[in-house]
Design a protein around this ligand. Sequence first.
Ligand SMILES: C[S@@+](CC[C@H](N)C(=O)[O-])C[C@H]1O[C@@H](n2cnc3c(N)ncnc32)[C@H](O)[C@@H]1O
Length: 239
Amino acid sequence: MTCILDTPLLLFLLLPKWQLSILFSRRPTPLTMKLKEFESILQDCAVFEKPKIQYEQYPTTAHLAARMIYTADTVYDDIEDKAVGDFGSGCGILSIASFIRGAGYCVGFDIDPDAIRIARENAEAFETEIDFVWTDVGQENALFDRFKGRLDTIIMNPPFGTKNKGIDMVFLKKAVEIANKAVYSLHKTSTREHIMKKAKEWGVQCEVVAEMKFDVPMMYKFHKKKSVDIEVDFLRFSK
Ligand SMILES: C[S@@+](CC[C@H](N)C(=O)[O-])C[C@H]1O[C@@H](n2cnc3c(N)ncnc32)[C@H](O)[C@@H]1O
């Protein structure tokens, strides 16, 4: 798979870190926005037009996205002025939310060019500056090596591995390798024990930040119910 890199992204990858901090300082001061207001703004984020089940495309609701990013920012100080990556960025809601909360740099990665297009349209509609990279997070490629040490925080709602077995752990391992400070990720609560074990193996701390309900609406032909709540853990990994 090829990757499309545009100019701001190239700059991010090529500039030394001290120059990046100058770029970051141009960003406006983040908003002192209330959680409810933040959620309501994110509701305007467009979702997948024709979701692809092979990629487990389930959009994060504005309700969850707002709480995830708000907590990462206000409780852990992992968003404001930080370089934030979003693995499996889909239509971009987590990246957009991070930008709104004052991230210094945001970049999303997704395997699906249609999702990348919608994410770019969303980013434009929200008047944000976010890079979206078309790439397969599950494949070894030189691109990710270039991001190593350059992203402070990675925040993601990865595929849970129901169609592509094990992809959730592939995302997680790569994110933990790349992020300097913290990785936030949503996972089925039923996989908690396994994930905790893996985190120990990788030498990182894993904390359950919140137990949440992920509302899956009737999106695919095989869905029989109007909507189903899945129990998920919002996890934070730190080194
Ligand atoms: C559960 S959706 C979440 C989308 C988005 N982050 C959100 O929060 O709404 C998972 C996303 O991962 C993407 N994805 C699945 N497999 C991938 C892979 N191997 N590499 C990159 N992206 C992938 C899908 O296209 C989809 O956009």
